[in-house]
Write a protein that binds this ligand. Structure first.
Ligand code: 5RP
Length: 262
């Protein structure tokens, strides 16, 4: 069954599967959003159903909440959980210091709040997400709908003095309407091509009145689990300075693939 997955999906799957090692019985777990995080939720659901793992999951979007409930994970709000043991989420880009661009799936605000409220944030990603310098992936910025064009103009003007290569931006659309986040906001995607100083840019963007949050995750991620299409995984821990490699067996997870394909 795993033969039906593309190499990128296999890479996402093995990263997600390996990341379940971070989850122990009784933990409160932040559940990310996106296709890689969806694999994680399915893998955790399997552990809940088949091995009696007891966890409370705090989803970072309505999509993830729905999937988590479907696979049997107990879902609680962040306010109920208050603080989390670990958050596991995907990313659009990560660099060698484990700084991230997130928000390709439009959930960056809840993702940042949840990750920041966790003892540890673990990113799961296929190796294609690794970059030397952040910025090839358009940087998502969540803005309130009121005056969004003014906010966009202000952002583009401010980018003139920032260490970036491009400064155009586009309003994210959902068919013919502006994309709406779970909080009812819009997203501007900034086409920067290269972000020379991600920390400075993140701070400057968040000082603008119409900006709710930006997709740069600086000093939030503790470890990244990198998946490859042939089943290899690398766990890079920035605090311990370690890199561990292993190989995952797809055959063990045939049930998950079957659930997905059916
Ligand atoms: C959602 C995100 C996702 O984690 C990011 O877009 C990666 O998605 P995928 O795992 O589908 O490649 O930040 O807001």
């Amino acid at each position: 069954m795993s033969g039906e997955l593309s190499p990128i999906d296999k890479a996402k799957f093995v990263a997600a599967k390996k990341a379940t090692d971070y989850v122990e019985d009784g933990m409160r777990v932040g559940l990310g959003t996106g296709s890689t995080a969806a694999w994680l939720v399915r893998c955790l659901g399997e552990l809940v159903r088949d091995e009696g793992l007891r966890i409370k999951g705090v989803p970072t979007s309505t999509r993830t909440a729905q999937l988590a409930k479907e696979v049997g994970i107990e879902v609680v709000s962040l306010d109920e959980a208050r603080w989390l043991d670990v958050t596991i989420d995907g990313a659009d880009e990560f660099d060698s210091e484990l700084n991230l661009i997130k928000g390709g799936g439009g959930a960056l605000l809840q993702e940042k709040i949840v990750a920041t409220a966790s003892d540890q944030m673990v990113v799961i990603a296929d190796v294609g997400k690794e970059v030397e310098t952040l910025g090839t992936f358009p940087l998502p910025v969540e803005v309130i709908p009121f005056g969004w064009k003014t906010t966009q103009a202000l952002i583009e003007e401010t980018l003139v003095s920032m260490d970036v290569l491009g400064r155009s931006s586009t309003l994210r659309m959902n068919n013919d309407s502006p994309y709406m986040t779970d909080e009812g906001n819009h997203i501007l995607d900034l086409h920067l091509n290269r972000i020379g100083d991600a920390r400075q840019l993140a701070m400057v963007l968040n000082q603008m009145p119409g900006v709710v949050e930006n997709g740069l995750f600086i000093d939030i991620c503790d470890a990244v689990v990198v998946g490859y299409g042939d089943g290899r995984v690398e766990v890079r821990d920035i605090n311990a300075g370690t890199i561990e490699e292993s190989l995952l067996d797809f055959a063990e997870s045939d049930n998950l693939f079957a659930d997905l394909v059916d």
